[in-house]
Design a protein around this ligand. Structure first.
Ligand code: HEM
Length: 505
């Protein structure tokens, strides 16, 4: 998610802008003598002032980083102006970092715009590892995303999954095409609305639209993050602040209305909201929060869940539609476990190992959060080199999950690799990172697997699919914060002959 394209400078305009500012940085930073010499990891040749910035423009950021690491090695020290970055691209180094230094990297780095509703100073994503983060993590785990909370909310999701099936069926009957990402986003938003607020959102509430607006601005928010300190030093304000804040204020206003509605209609019953509102302004609370914290948490949950889930569903479906044998094997598995008289349900998922393997393999090859940005809060030794405190860390999850030293045929879509014992071993060695890892790893991975499995399950169980042309175009989009298909997946559902009993719906 954050995806995590934390240093995503991918357009020319940005480069020009950065180059102008670089003159100032020359005087501000580079004419100073370094105070201390460290045994830093190797570094590719760099340019004066901009450092390695020029190497990051060849293609998408995760691919540019991958290209650099192919050429210079899996542990590199990069510099962009005065920002030091440790780039990690191998499974063994990622393992060493998460196993031995998770505490030192338990922050997602500096904040770009304090007031922004997502990635701002009231939020959870950028909160330092401390009392506030611990309180919120405990609250979202126990009330919404942990295994027991998920069990309690299963019936809520079943209603939304049936609605998802009926919407697709309706379009299939009218021979309309669907945009898979949009359908998945609608499902995730309504499920999350029910799980966190006790109700799904009305059309006018446009939660996924506002969350999407912020998602589209993610690169600018991150650019703000990198430029903030250097610009402040020379008295300039960050370049995209107004654009970002316009979107942020709209989202915040909507969330305020949603919270007021919750307070007025007391009977909606959401454990999450009741806990947050009880802690709001309460001196005796375990951690006293304010209303801005509640809005930021909701915004980040919708933002964190929506785009990632929608992108991962598109990738998985694209792989399945491009490979008829996989589609057939999935359908056979679902038919043999679920039958043809009822709709697939969440409780079927543990009995559908091949479906789970397809979801995992798709996340391996196409992780929406391709880059994991962190910051070293303490200096430490990695791979025999010293990493100073304050260094930014970028773990290239995309490269780690295509590392030929730990994956056979790394660029091929082979779900079988996630079947059986090999699967358990794999997760143990931390070369599988679609949800990050450690303390700051994604708290939504369980619900993401459930929603991914059930969405793909319904689409394979109940429909055949017609695509335009022979194959889905798997080209990756460039210039996006999340790893996305360059061309949204549009296809037409054709209803399959099933005898779903009304009682099963
Ligand atoms: C396929 C779906 C998803 C993917 C690929 C994904 C991926 C990620 C990644 C890579 C991170 C950063 C982890 C790290 O730094 O190690 C993250 C963090 C996070 N994700 Fe997800 N995510 C998904 C779904 C969700 C869902 C459904 C939710 C909530 C309902 C969610 C909420 C969060 C939150 C709150 C964080 C920040 C955690 C922290 O800062 O402590 N994500 N996610």
């Amino acid at each position: 998610m954050e995806a995590i394209a934390s240093f995503a400078f991918e357009n020319g305009l940005t480069l020009i802008l950065l180059s102008i500012f670089s003159t100032f940085f020359l005087f501000a930073f580079f004419l100073k003598k370094p105070k201390k010499v460290f045994d830093l990891p190797p570094s590719p040749p760099s340019l004066p002032i901009i450092g390695h910035l020029h190497l990051l423009f060849t293609t998408s950021l995760h691919k540019s980083f991958q290209k650099i690491s192919f050429k210079y090695g899996p542990l590199l020290h990069l510099r962009i102006f005065n920002v030091r970055i440790l780039l990690v691209s191998s499974a063994s180094l990622a393992y060493e970092i998460f196993k031995d230094h998770d505490m030192s990297i338990s922050s997602h780095g500096p904040i770009g715009i304090d007031e922004c509703i997502v990635f701002g100073s009231y939020g959870f994503l950028k909160a330092p590892y401390g009392d506030y983060w611990k309180f919120m993590k405990k609250t979202i785990t126990t009330k919404v995303l942990g295994p027991q909370a998920l069990e309690r909310s299963r019936d809520l999701r079943a209603v939304e999954i049936e609605r998802f099936y009926r919407d697709l069926l309706d379009k299939a009957m009218k021979k309309e095409s669907v945009e898979i990402g949009e359908e998945a986003l609608r499902l995730v938003s309504s499920v999350l609305g029910k799980m966190s607020l006790g109700r799904s959102f009305s059309e006018e509430e446009r939660v996924s639209e506002f969350s999407g607006e912020i998602a589209a601005l993610t690169q600018k928010i991150f650019l703000q993050q990198v430029l903030r300190k250097p610009l402040e030093k020379i008295g300039l304000s960050p370049p995209f602040k107004k654009e970002v804040m316009d979107a942020s204020y709209k989202f915040e206003e909507l969330l305020e209305k949603i919270i007021v509605k919750y307070e007025e209609e007391k009977d909606q019953g959401s454990e999450l909201m009741d806990t947050l509102l009880a802690a709001c302004g309460n001196e005796d609370a375990e951690y006293k929060i304010c209303r801005s914290h509640i809005k930021a948490l909701l915004a980040e949950l919708f933002f964190g869940a929506g785009d990632t889930s929608s992108k991962s569903t598109q990738w998985a479906m694209a792989e399945i539609l491009n490979n008829h044998k996989i589609f057939e094997r999935l359908r056979e598995e679902i038919d043999s476990v679920v039958g043809k008289t009822r709709l697939i349900q969440e409780i079927d998922l543990p009995k559908l190992p091949y479906l789970q393997a397809v979801i995992k393999e798709s996340l391996r090859l196409h992780p929406p959060g391709a880059l994991l940005p962190r910051e070293f809060e303490q200096g430490c030794k990695i791979g025999g080199f010293y990493i100073p405190k304050g260094t930014s860390l970028v773990i290239n999850a995309y490269a780690v999950m295509r590392d030929a030293d730990s994956w056979k045929d790394p660029d091929e879509f082979k779900p079988e690799r996630f079947l059986g014992e090999e699967d358990a071993r794999r997760e143990h060695v931390l070369n599988y990172l679609p949800f990050g890892a450690g303390r700051r790893g994604c708290p939504g991975s369980n619900i993401a697997y459930i929603l991914g499995g059930i969405t793909i399950g319904v689409m394979v169980q109940c429909f055949d699919w017609k695509i335009e042309g022979d194959k889905v175009n798997m080209e990756e989009a460039t210039g996006r914060a999340l790893l996305a298909l360059a061309h949204p997946l549009n296809c037409t559902p054709l209803p399959r002959t099933l005898n779903l009993l009304p009682s099963s719906l």
